[in-house]
Design a protein around this ligand. Structure first.
Ligand code: HEM
Length: 511
């Protein structure tokens, strides 16, 4: 009997080996080999930890813009991956009603974003969008956001950078990604929650950044949930194994922080008239709808902190890196700030270290282009997903069945030769400036960093205002150089960041 078993085993092993060799031979020019039973999952797992977004970009390029990722045959993990602007326009604008976030993706983000705007569809999304849009457009809110930025930069960021730049040796080196991330967390909490948690302070750079760590661990864990079959991560979640344990612990950290903020805010709301002077979003929300549950307020607040902090922090850190490694760009940004300042009167400049005021930011065209160029090559949110409500056919001819998942890679879209030309991999802000010296408009289905269609980002204009103010003030006052030997590598996460941080030396400019 055992001889038959051994013979059968040998026979099936031979068949499996033979089929595998045949598959490798057939797929050897492809970046993702499709294996029997497990599909392309091995290639995805192999690349996920090293260069996930580069891997997706190679696949998209090889396939001419759209490909079908074949998951294991037992896991319902087939995904249409596309960077084709026609498909993007079809899904996000023309046939918007047929493509929502979907149940699978909602489950992936449930503990993190809950019922917040980014994780909702239908009526709930519409109400939140209308309300948040109205809060962000108010002059009172915009002035509050600029005033707090001034205070935070002068009160903490510049003091930290002064401290680093006056030190020598290792103490003169700093992880700018960490500094920016802490700064942005404190700052965004000020306009979402109305208080400053104080993660960035001169003596406390080593203070545990518990909320920042919690964000990082959840955002990395969420990538894993996109990759493995749902049953696998649900099993791990149930028994708190691996990344699921980290998600669970990190969610507790964020819940404690946010429920406490909600509790304090509700207590303050007893004095309703006084609160009308407060511009933070939580106050505004409670004034508009005092019946919102604590859980819903927690979800809204966390979603907005994530929407504002993750994106601004990623853009600012990556821009500092790109400027430090492209001296020609640095020189042009600096020259432009100098030119704009000369036009301003001496009294308008005063003695403040913040030289360009809000109303003159539109003059910084080259800086605007440098921010666009950073966002093209390094979109803070590198991909977006959707789920088809009904079967459909994409403009590229690919069939989408009911309930099918789709992935849109903004990272790949910024690297397409067809859109950006042969030098698409170069960091070249000039590509955004017309002969007349204005910013060139690129349609949002080609440059999708802020999304496109009815769900387009609500914070785009505000982001440019804040980034231009921060970058011009920081670069005018400080010079940044990379620490020798430090290599910048991407982290596999749903938000683009640098795996080992951004080690820099800072010196004060003599201006
Ligand atoms: C460089 C900065 C930013 C980039 C690249 C960016 C990008 C994006 C993207 C890609 C989305 C779609 C997310 C999704 O549906 O999964 C989005 C949505 C959103 N963003 Fe931004 N964002 C930025 C800054 C901000 C800021 C500062 C705010 C201010 C609060 C903000 C508020 C929002 C909101 C409320 C949504 C949800 C829109 C909706 O679902 O209807 N964003 N953003």
């Amino acid at each position: 009997m055992w001889i038959v078993a051994v013979l059968l085993l040998a026979f099936f092993s031979f068949i499996f080996l033979w089929r595998s060799i045949a598959f490798i031979a057939k797929n050897k020019s492809s970046s993702a080999i499709e294996w029997p039973v497990v599909g392309m999952l091995p290639a995805l797992l192999w690349n996920a930890t090293t260069d996930l977004h580069g891997f997706i970009t190679r696949l998209v390029k090889e396939s001419g813009g759209t490909f079908l990722f074949k998951g294991p045959c037992f896991a319902n993990l087939d995904i249409v991956v596309t960077s084709d602007p026609m498909n993007v326009h079809h899904v996000f604008s023309k046939n918007f009603a047929n493509y929502g976030k979907g149940e699978d993706f909602r489950a992936i983000f449930e503990e993190f974003l809950g019922g917040g705007i980014v994780n909702s569809d239908g009526e709930s999304w519409k109400i939140q969008r209308k309300r948040i849009h109205s809060f962000l457009s108010k002059d009172g809110f915009k002035n509050y956001v600029m005033a707090t930025l001034h205070q935070k930069m002068e009160g903490t960021l510049f003091r930290v950078l002064d401290d680093v730049s006056s030190s020598t040796g290792v103490r003169g080196e700093v992880d700018m990604q960490d500094v920016v991330s802490r700064f942005m967390f404190d700052y965004v909490c000020l306009w979402v929650l109305g208080f400053d948690p104080g993660y960035l302070c001169v003596d406390g750079r080593s203070k545990t950044f518990s909320c920042g760590k919690a964000f990082e661990e959840i955002e990395e864990g969420i990538i894993y949930r996109h990759i493995v079959p749902k049953g696998v991560w649900e099993f791990q979640k149930r028994f708190e194994i691996g990344s699921e344990k980290k998600i669970s612990l990190s969610t507790k950290v964020l819940d404690e922080f946010l429920y406490n903020a909600v509790k304090i805010k509700k207590q303050e709301m007893v004095h309703k008239e006084e609160q009308r002077q407060h511009h933070d979003i939580l106050t505004q929300w409670l004034l508009a709808d005092h019946q919102s549950t604590d859980k819903f307020l927690r979800d809204i607040a966390l979603t907005l902190i994530s929407a504002g902090r993750d994106t601004l922090s990623s853009t600012l850190s990556l821009l500092l890196w790109l400027v430090a490694t492209h001296p020609d760009v640095e020189e042009k940004i600096f020259g432009e700030i100098e030119r704009v300042m000369i036009v301003m009167t001496r009294s308008a400049r005063g003695t403040s270290r913040f030289l360009i005021c809000k109303d003159d930011l539109h003059e910084l065209v080259y800086l605007h282009a440098a921010i666009y160029e950073t966002l093209r090559l390094y979109p803070p949110l590198p991909f977006e997903h959707r789920c088809a409500t009904e079967a459909d056919v994409l403009p590229s001819g690919h069939k989408v069945h009911k309930g099918m998942r789709m992935l849109f890679s903004m990272y790949s879209m910024g690297r397409m030769e067809e859109t950006w030309g042969k030098d698409c991999m170069d960091f070249k802000p000039e590509r955004w400036i017309s002969d007349e010296g204005n910013i060139i408009h690129v349609p949002s289905q080609k440059f999708m960093t802020f999304l496109t269609g009815p769900r387009t980002c609500l914070g785009k204009a505000m982001s440019f205002m804040l980034l231009k103010f921060m970058v011009s003030s920081i670069l005018w006052n400080y010079k940044f150089e990379m620490v020798e030997g430090h290599v910048v590598k991407p982290t596999p996460s749903m938000v683009l960041s640098m795996k080992d941080g951004l080690k820099m030396r800072v010196s004060k400019r003599k201006v």
